[in-house]
Design a protein around this ligand. Structure first.
Ligand code: ATP
Ligand code: MG
Length: 599
């Protein structure tokens, strides 16, 4: 059916919505694709649904192509499965919880690992049933702390989530690879540039993981890339670890009075004054800064952790959060911040401005200096044999030449410091540079975490019970609509790529004569018969300026103007993206436009 603008449920707006910051949000509202219902929650209007449908269709085709089968779960779920995996607690304030009339706990699902795992457990029992890949395109709910940018970060949004079930690791690798390929095809067909970047698995657990980031300034994710093709999430970047140093002949460490040196700058200045080096000056990179962090565990406890990092590097809390789970007693959603005065007071061993490595500091070197008794982690650059100027855990004193591995040890190594432009890529592919992006999709190998928690086992070829290994794969569907709008617009409006455009052609009738409207209606009908999706602006008393403005705002790739030229037997065919226009004979117009649309 030709969509006639005289009856289409659509109102375009001249003004940007007041709450909108980014172009996609402004334009999708102004062009009548979506309306805000509540913060981070949107209604979809006919034009928006058409684009959404196209995006979903492409995703369905590529999922089917790798053999994934579509199912559909409820969004409203009982608490129990999420308790079994501890996510009821781990999600913290990030999920919507509710009670039914009997007082039982429910949630609006933020993602569905548990339900898929239980469904397969319900129905399958043998290795012969596997592998299997299932997916759904479904509404998710997350009470995001900062819903923003319209559809880009909603509290209700549509996700395609799929899950793979395999008996062994090789099978999981194959399912993961199939999804990776499918995702590259999906984004290619959507016309959305993405860069797969290495990621950490976050709250989901698991091992191998990549995110598909769409590079754009409005993205919230910072990632780094090298000219040689390395790309990773800042959280996932690993440091190039220096070689260990033989410390057999290294001089003994020495405690020195360094009054009034509570900061790295004052310490470096004092070091150059009190103990100048013959070969070069001391710099911040020679100092070991011990940063105290407070971690709020999901259990409600607050644990302090000390992290030793080269003094020229700041600690990046997001990197700490992504990498600290292995060093803590429990996982889940963590709150991490710099320890405050109150925290420090509870640990008299921590002398502010003069904090040294933790418990394992050799007492012979530091004498009776205080010990922190806290978990002590270090940056990967702190390798055995490196010598440091660092706090002595005594007010006004630092220790010089404290050798890692000889004078102090650590409980673990953590990627905790900021990644800087110019740092070497871990694969040797050159220096890193920073970029911003939006996460469009995420694939990860969950491994056996969920299958173990929920008891998903099958009989293997030897008749023994084997725990199934899983992968989880998400695409942000409504986010994709926003990202497409974000990267395909100009100052006049949206400029949809063909594959997702709400229609192939937008016919505009301008003028007063019934002939013009008759010819335009006929052309619109013929275009439709030729297999094109057609919007026809048949509004009788609307000025050409308004009609052109709306056509440009709506962003259909080809605009056909039936107007003054009709007297000479021509219509104007305009390319929305380039603005180029040409006159085409009326009787050749259908074939011409069909060819442009690839139909
Ligand atoms: P983000 O880091 O952006 O919060 P996430 O890591 O929480 O994303 P996943 O749990 O992996 O995301 O969800 C799969 C996909 O769902 C994401 O890649 C993204 O495209 C989409 N998505 C996640 N959260 C939202 C949201 N609040 N609004 C819209 N889309 C979202
Ligand atoms: Mg998230």
């Amino acid at each position: 059916m030709v969509l006639r603008l005289s009856t289409l449920f659509l109102r375009t707006l001249r003004e940007d919505p007041v709450d909108a910051e980014v172009a996609s949000h402004k334009l999708l509202v102004r062009a009548g694709y979506i309306r805000r219902a509540a913060p981070g929650i949107y209604s979809w209007l006919p034009m928006g649904l058409r684009v959404l449908g196209k995006v979903e269709a492409i995703i369905r085709e590529e999922m089917a192509a790798i053999g994934a089968q579509e199912v559909h779960f409820p969004a409203l779920l009982p608490k129990e499965p999420y308790e079994a995996t501890n996510r009821w607690t781990e999600y913290g304030e990030g999920i919507f919880r509710l009670k039914d009339r009997k007082g039982a706990d429910y949630l609006l699902a933020p993602t569905h690992e548990e339900m898929f795992t239980l469904l397969v457990k319900d129905l399958y029992s043998s290795y012969k049933d596997l592998p299997v890949m299932l997916y759904q395109i479904q509404t998710k709910y997350r009470d995001e702390a900062r819903p923003r940018a319209g559809l880009l970060r909603g509290r209700e949004f549509i996700m395609k989530d799929s899950y793979s079930f395999d008996v062994d690791d090789a099978g999981l690798d194959a399912s993961y690879a199939a999804h990776r390929e499918a995702y590259l095809k999906i984004f290619d067909r959507l016309g959305l540039e993405v860069i797969p970047v290495k990621a950490t698995a976050g709250a989901m657990g698991g091992s191998k993981s990549e995110e598909f980031l769409h590079p754009t300034e409005v993205g919230e994710d910072t990632f780094v890339r090298s000219a040689g093709g390395y790309a990773a999430n800042v959280e996932a970047v690993t440091t190039v670890v220096p070689a260990e140093i033989d410390y057999t002949d290294a001089p003994a460490a020495e405690v020195k009075d360094t009054p009034d040196t509570p900061t790295i700058d004052t310490l470096v200045e004092a070091a150059n004054r009190l103990a100048p080096r013959p070969d070069r000056t001391w710099t911040a990179a020679d100092t070991l800064k011990n940063v105290v962090l407070a971690v709020d565990l999901p259990t409600g406890e607050r644990q302090l952790v000390v992290i030793g990092v080269p003094g020229d590097r700041a600690v990046d809390l997001k990197r700490v959060e992504a990498n600290i789970a292995a060093h803590l007693p429990v996982g889940g959603e963590l709150g991490i911040e710099a320890a405050g005065e109150e925290d420090l007071k509870k640990h008299p061993g921590l002398v502010k401005g003069y904090i040294g490595p933790g418990e394992s500091v050799d007492a012979a070197v530091l004498g009776s200096t205080g010990k922190t008794g806290l978990t002590y982690l270090v940056d990967p650059r702190v390798v055995a044999g490196t010598a440091w100027i660092t706090g002595a855990n005594v007010d006004g004193k630092h220790v010089f030449g404290l050798v890692a591995g000889r004078d102090f040890g650590w409980d673990g190594v953590i990627e905790a410091t900021e990644v800087r432009a110019g740092d070497e890529a871990p694969d040797g592919s050159g220096p890193l540079e920073a970029a911003r992006g939006i996460e469009m999709g995420h694939i990860f190998q969950l491994g056996r975490k969920y299958a173990e928690a929920l008891g998903l086992q099958v009989l293997d070829a030897n008749g023994k019970l084997a725990t199934v290994t899983m992968g989880s794969y998400g695409v942000g569907v409504t986010r994709a609509v926003a990202a497409l709008a974000e990267s395909n617009h100009d100052d006049k409006g949206l400029v949809w790529p063909r594959n997702v455009a709400p229609a192939d052609v937008h016919v505009v009738a301008t003028g007063r004569g019934t002939e013009i409207f008759d010819a335009a209606a006929k052309l619109a009908g013929e275009l439709e018969t030729a297999g094109l999706e057609v919007i026809y602006d048949d509004r009788p008393k609307v000025s050409p300026g308004v009609k052109f403005g709306d056509a440009e705002l709506l962003g259909v790739p080809t605009i056909v103007v039936v107007g003054r030229g009709l007297a000479d037997g021509v219509v104007e065919v305009k390319d929305r993206a380039t603005g180029e226009a040409e006159n085409v004979a009326l009787d050749a117009a259908v074939a011409h436009v069909a060819a442009l649309a690839g139909k």
